[in-house]
Design a protein around this ligand. Sequence first.
Ligand code: DGL
Length: 272
Amino acid sequence: MGPIGVFDSGYGGLTILQDIKKQLPEYDFLYLGDNARAPYGTRSFEVVYKFTLEAVTELFNRGCELVILACNTSSAKALRSIQQNDLKMIGPDKRVLGVIRPSTEIIGDLTKSNSVGLLATEGTVSSNSYVIEVKKYSPSTKIYQQACPMWVPLIESNKQNSHTGREFIREDVENLLKKDPKMDVIVLGCTHYPIIKDYIQSIVPDHVKVISQGNIVAERVLDYLNRHPKIESKCSKSATSTYLTTESTDEFDTNASYYIGEKIVSVNIKLG
Ligand code: DGL
């Protein structure tokens, strides 16, 4: 028996963990933020895959039977290879799930105009994962993408509310909106972005709804555990959360506590 692992390049996955914990309050969770090597969004496919595999292996070694990649960039660039090639070596009975599929399955239901904007990292945008996946579930929905390379560095350094930070955010949002005036939904396709969701919602027209992934992913994890009793029975339930970071714990504890509004005491680990 072990905790459910939740992995992100940095702080973003905390937004997903918060929502998963609301759905599954009795379970144990082990969060890993690779803050020292964030951002992943501007890194190559090979590097994101290598870093993500190291993180998943670490979480497996610490007893996790199920790991959620709470990072769109890792889900886009590493999930499939890990599921298809690595799992049989590093944990044949263990499972790794991502955040893109749950989101793309329901995007078509959220829009009336069939025009959806996606804000994400360069890595997620260039992988085209959202466009490819949404086509499977909702062929009539058009996805317009905008890469926001500055946003994760801003959030990792807690500068998202500075004047310059807000200028970067506003410019990217305006560039996305310009792609189609019919756009009525904007999906935050990076788990860091819910941290600035209120600001984004405040600068878009009233008819545009800004959607984050936390609830969507949390419902899918609940559903997954209901459908996979063997995995579920190996997830321990003492309602604890443990936090690991590759960065200094002081910095992680301060920023993570600020972002999720609860006191966090992390442990430093090395990856790679
Ligand atoms: N939270 C990650 C995501 O969802 C950010 C990736 C990065 O580190 O750039 O894509």
